[in-house]
Write a new protein. Sequence first.
Length: 279
Amino acid sequence: MTKPKIIFFGNGLLADTALKVLNNTCEIVFHARTKEDLEEVKKLKSADKEGELHGVLASFGVIIKQDVLDLFEPEGILNIHPSMLPDLRGPSPIESAILRGDSKFGVSVMKLAPAMDAGPIYFQQIIDLPLVNPYFASPLEKSNIYDSTAVAGAEWIAEHLSENNLPNYTEQDESQATFCQKLDKSMSIINPEKETSAEILRKIIALSGWPKTKYEFLGHECIIHAAHLGDGPKLDQDLPEYEELSLKCKDGKTIYIDSLQPAGKKTMDAKSFLNGYRR
């Protein structure tokens, strides 16, 4: 069986995982990473007289204008979007779903359209992937969601392109559309007096990688990489000597910091931080 030929558009976690899956059964003719790469896409697709080149996109971060979209008609560029569209259109669907406390996540494969995430849907799947443990927060949980949604979308695309049997698409219900915002550094600072323990743990997960969550401990602004809820399984960090690395939250519960990174320093565990910075 001839491998489907793909022009791939994408950057970041979602794209990296999707590309690994597609490489198993498809031929990646070109990987567009920047706006400048779109000129090469135009050349390749304009020369594709037999219509053999398919377009697949995952977290590209560059607006693709109508002249490029037209080259991929009628099937269009297949966009892997990690939400159940039209819910959470926009640049941060996974992070926004985590922040609002979702326990299930989803992926959509849509036909790319000029309006943001508004194209018709080829495929959708709900992924029952609750956060690993409600008492803990670590970057691994966010990474698992990225991997699961990317794999589901890419496997569906690879299978249907290989069999040359894309189904008919379905238009989105505009009345049900919700939108998520672009992440920025203003979201980073934790405020335990105004945020509940659940909100803070979700923020640590959602903002891991970038823009990260930050709080000042012992006079040093630190990035928080991992933490746990004091009401959960007891750890060494729950002992009185670790109170200086705890956050008393709006709901009266306490979060203990497990891993953190002072400005300009390497990541360290709670004990190492206190040994080095406690006066």
